[in-house]
Write a protein that binds this ligand. Structure first.
Ligand code: TRP
Length: 376
């Protein structure tokens, strides 16, 4: 798809390209920016404000206020998120999941987690069903390793939970015209017919709690903003099926380690994979794009530019909780007091520790798969 002329970038569920201006994206998608008042409400229930909210990594929503109203009034609230298993998991994928765990703990909510093997098979020309199946089970381990509550989490792989999902998906699909799907997702005459139906499958879990239990529930979807087109469809259809519209809370994309663009599994140098060794990860951090000067001498004289530095982003958005420490890092970079090697070394240490802990939990997850996965 061409770069959107007015915007200068593209964001669809299958492609993110160009320099994303999140202010413009909020307007284009018709989502709302997160407000201080909403953050305070979340903080009140959770006991603290998650780093991703404090630093604005999660930045927009739909109906979050209504969802919080439901919780406060005692309406059952649930969470829904997912993963398209097209490759190995990287740190960028973990952001919505870590955040979802925070919400699960805060609101004691059941989480429905969808693994869209069908979607990835249909979208990625080169992937076979066998490969997608291998990635599905591999990725499930990374999801479990995030630490979701097994009593409150139901994960499912679409082709292994097809009976239940299909029943809901046909109800959804009947209310979505081809012209709406085309306008929402950019389908063309050469799109395969599988992917044209698929939005109904991704919408189905929005109504799964209500369907399974035959009771009212209000769903909140924490995810990256590129998934929003699916929720526009789901929200349109919801009242026609007698359900509440799903609410959403949306994140920005985690930038890759190379210049420009999000972390992307198809550009391995840009991504720290959850199964990378600390050495592999350190090497990628070492080659990361920074805001530094070409030489140490120039860095000392002119200072660096943290505003364009991926290493600084990683501290800011992911790895450094302490506001004073990030502020100090910012100033020390600007004044040339710190050089890139020092920052990279520190980041590589943080990343190594994060990977080691994740990999330990990932090993344990192998014994927990049956507790999390449902099939029909
Ligand atoms: N389409 C998503 C992807 O490609 C997977 C997904 C399914 C999802 N359901 C979701 C993501 C709900 C977020 C929320 O990764």
């Amino acid at each position: 798809m061409a770069i959107d002329e007015e915007l200068g970038f593209v964001v669809t569920p299958w492609e993110v390209r160009g320099e994303v201006d999140y202010g413009k994206l909020i307007k284009k998608f018709g989502v709302e920016p997160l407000t201080r008042e909403l953050l305070q409400r979340i903080e009140r229930h959770a006991g603290y404000l998650h780093l991703y909210l404090r630093r604005g990594l999660f930045f927009a929503h739909r109906d979050l206020g209504l969802w919080l109203d439901s919780y406060e009034k005692g309406v059952k609230v649930v969470l829904y998120t997912g993963r398209g298993p097209s490759g190995r998991t990287h740190i960028g994928h973990l952001v919505p999941w870590i955040f979802t765990k925070y919400l699960q703990d805060a609101f004691k909510a059941t989480l429905y987690f969808q693994v869209t093997d069908d979607e990835k098979f249909l979208v990625k020309q080169e992937l076979t069903m066998d490969e997608v199946e291998r990635y599905s089970y591999d990725n499930v381990l990374d999801v479990i390793a995030v630490g979701f509550d097994p009593e409150r989490t139901k994960m499912f792989i679409d082709t292994k939970y097809a009976k239940t999902l299909y029943r809901i998906a046909v109800e959804v699909a009947k209310h979505v015209t081809f012209s709406t799907a085309k306008a929402t997702f950019g389908f063309t005459e050469s799109s395969n017919i599988g992917i044209i139906f698929f939005p109904a499958i991704q919408a189905a879990p929005c109504f799964l709690a209500q369907y399974l239990e035959g009771k009212d529930a209000h769903v909140l979807i924490p995810c990256a903003i590129d998934q929003d087109p699916y929720w526009r469809i789901a929200r349109d259809v919801a009242p026609k099926l007698g359900f509440r519209k799903p609410a959403g809370i949306f994140s920005k994309f985690v930038p890759g380690l190379i210049q420009g663009g999000k972390m992307s599994a198809s550009i391995p140098e840009s991504s720290i994979f959850m199964t990378d060794t600390p050495e592999e990860a350190a090497k990628k951090v070492w080659n990361a794009f920074t805001g530094g000067q070409p030489t140490v001498k120039e860095q000392r004289e002119k200072g660096g530019n943290p505003d364009i530095c991926t290493v600084y982003y990683y501290f800011y958005f992911l790895f450094e909780e302490d506001d004073k420490v990030v502020e100090e890092l910012y100033q020390r970079c600007r004044t040339g007091d710190v050089i890139c090697g020092e920052c990279k070394r520190k980041l590589a240490e943080r990343v190594a520790k994060f990977l080691e802990e994740h990999q330990r939990r990932r090993e344990r997850a192998k014994d927990l798969i049956d507790k999390f996965l449902v099939e029909d």
